[in-house]
Ligand binder design. Sequence first.
Ligand SMILES: [Zn+2]
Length: 204
Amino acid sequence: MSKKSVVSEAQEIQLAMELINLGARLQLLETEVALSRERLLKLYKELKGVSPPKGMLPFSTDWFLTWQPNIHASLFINIHKFLVDHAGATGIQAVMKAYKLYLEQMPPEPGVEPLLSLTRAWTLVRFFQSKMLAMAPCDKCQGKFVVDCLDLNHAYQCGLCNMPSRAGKTKKVKDARDAKDAREAKEARQAKDADSAATALLNA
Ligand SMILES: [Zn+2]
């Protein structure tokens, strides 16, 4: 590594700290910050109190095309595009600014991780740069959504206008439905028992 000024090193540390606090994984840090892996690991541990999670980054575009992630990813990429086109934001700074605005729009519940992590958001921008994903306007609401470049996207309808029937069915909802089904089955059984008891009585 070439000799760097103290100021530029301080700037890199500042950037790394901001990224780590926003939830960046090590692979993102290594790509975007001009500090050694050792320095990044040390910084991560100091800020988070634990070592960064191991393992490669999610590499597939599929996740961004599933129903709920698609809505979050679309919101993020619209903000990102606006900042790049109109506010002169570039590179990792544009990703960070857009991500902070995304979190303001979609604040996660306390103690819950945001649906779209910073690392995913950063990966999404890279998928756009490599032309694997793109934006297409919804035929109904005209909103722009993340789509696969290889799909046929004419007359595209977004996940909000054309909601899949199972969308948003969380475990809680499923449990409630299962409980209702069980209750109804029990009531039907009781009614049938009462009915046959009455019949038996009449025939006696
Ligand atoms: Zn729509």
